[in-house]
Design a protein around this ligand. Sequence first.
Ligand code: FES
Ligand code: FES
Length: 214
Amino acid sequence: MAHSDDDAPKPLLPKLSRRAFFTGAGASAISATLVQTAAEAATAAAGPTVLGPEPEPLTLSINGRPTAVTVDPGTTLADLLRNQLGLTGTKVGCDRGACSACTVWLDGEVAAACMTLVLDTRGRKVTTIEGLAKGDELHPVQRAFVENDALQCGFCTPGMVMSCAALVDRNPKCTLDDVKQAVSGHLCRCGTYPNVFKATLAAAQAGGKGKGKS
Ligand code: FES
Ligand code: FES
């Protein structure tokens, strides 16, 4: 029996030429861009969040604990730690980013506390030398510094330990060159570098990752 055109199966989708497809895709992309641009414009119109000049109340994460503080907007993290919170393990040598004595961790990465505004640590995890040990258990790098006599006057030592511990946690297979690179910004007037290298490599070889970064 002959079939009429009406009997022919109907396509499920409308015919779409290649040109029409790309034109439509372009239109969708433009619409998405316009929506995004409108959202960005609304954010821009609202303006940046202005903090200060009055002291700002903040809750920071310091050594794994929520810590309520009130700071002037220009307060550095080093100043807050030492002078408001009594965490004097973080040393201040130059107060201008040149000696690394004030090294702490921000979200597990090393940072100079004297060059960091407290306001910029909102929502980030601050770890200081006081927060490196877990209870009575020293971080392997702390232990290795003691065992390898890697300190003399000790002024640069907390910063050195923070940098070396970050390295060992990140790369337990670190080499001597890696250690030298990690402490390259640290000034030690007592000249402890050879034992700092030895201690850090010993901690790495002992497989020593800390118990976890707060
Ligand atoms: S005190 Fe921060 S780098 Fe010297
Ligand atoms: S141990 Fe004295 S400055 Fe490094």
